[in-house]
Design a protein around this ligand. Structure first.
Ligand code: GLP
Length: 241
């Protein structure tokens, strides 16, 4: 693991953006795995700025999102589909046909899971962006997920639902299920960049980097990835030394 410690979230976001841009410049047809949550929002803002300043084009890249809630429509303000369009896609020149976000139509969910997994097999990721959940989840791979899991339907942890309830009116509104890439899909990416900031993440960051590798703390598996960069602000890195 390569650990980069930045002064604050602003610097984390800029650093992550410059790495992503460098990867796109080296490989304009990059297959990139994208994450939702608060952590990558600053990265996405910086990518939008770089596009507006004509420093980068997303025209030929393909994106593959980690996960999506089940039980809310794609048009719901908190769907990850909506998140990605609001925070990135509608501001850049990515080709709509190259955007992949797991569908969440319950009537076809088994086919959707198989098809998404097949797409990931046929289009290996060059770079995966990740955040980390307060229970060590990556994507929506909750504690206990087998390390060799591929795209599947997950029952969300109560902790995850509580954490994410800040985006909904109340806890009852937070979906109980989601579709997520599995840990194996994530680990298969050629490169990984994980972003974490804030003192609330300090203990999980420590466990991810220094703790035992176990499926009870999914992010710990990243210790085994050959090209994983962790970008932290000083608060999130506080328990590392
Ligand atoms: C969600 C997403 C994860 C994300 C995590 C942390 O549950 N499924 O991909 O990493 O939340 O979110 P945040 O960055 O808001 O702390």
């Amino acid at each position: 693991m390569k650990i980069i410690i930045c002064k604050d979230y602003d610097e984390v976001s800029k650093r992550a953006a410059s790495l992503v841009i460098e990867n796109i410049q080296n490989s304009p047809k990059l297959n990139i795995g994208l994450a939702t949550g608060s952590s990558p929002i600053g990265l996405y803002n910086n990518l939008i700025k770089a596009y507006q300043n004509k420093e980068v084009s997303f025209r030929e890249i393909s994106s593959y999102n980690l996960d999506e809630y089940i039980g809310i429509e794609r048009s719901h303000p908190q769907s990850y589909y909506n998140f990605m369009f609001e925070n990135l896609f509608r501001h850049i020149d990515i080709d709509q046909k190259n955007i992949h976000i797991p569908n969440n139509d319950l009537s076809k969910i088994d086919d959707i899971v198989n098809d998404y997994n097949q797409i990931l097999h046929e289009n290996p990721l060059d770079l995966q962006i990740l955040g980390i959940g307060s229970n060590g989840h990556i994507g929506f791979n909750e504690p206990g997920t087998p390390l060799d899991s591929e795209t599947f339907i997950v029952t969300l942890d109560e902790q995850t639902r509580k954490d994410n309830s800040r985006f909904f009116k109340n806890l009852d509104e937070v979906p109980k299920f989601a579709i997520t890439m599995g840990i194996k899909n994530i680990m298969y990416s050629n490169k990984i960049i994980l972003i974490a900031s804030g003192k609330e993440k300090a203990h999980v960051v420590k466990q991810m980097i220094k703790g035992k590798i176990t499926n009870h703390f999914p992010a710990s598996i990243l210790q085994l990835h050959p090209d994983c960069t962790i970008i932290l602000d000083e608060d999130a890195a506080a328990q590392l030394s």
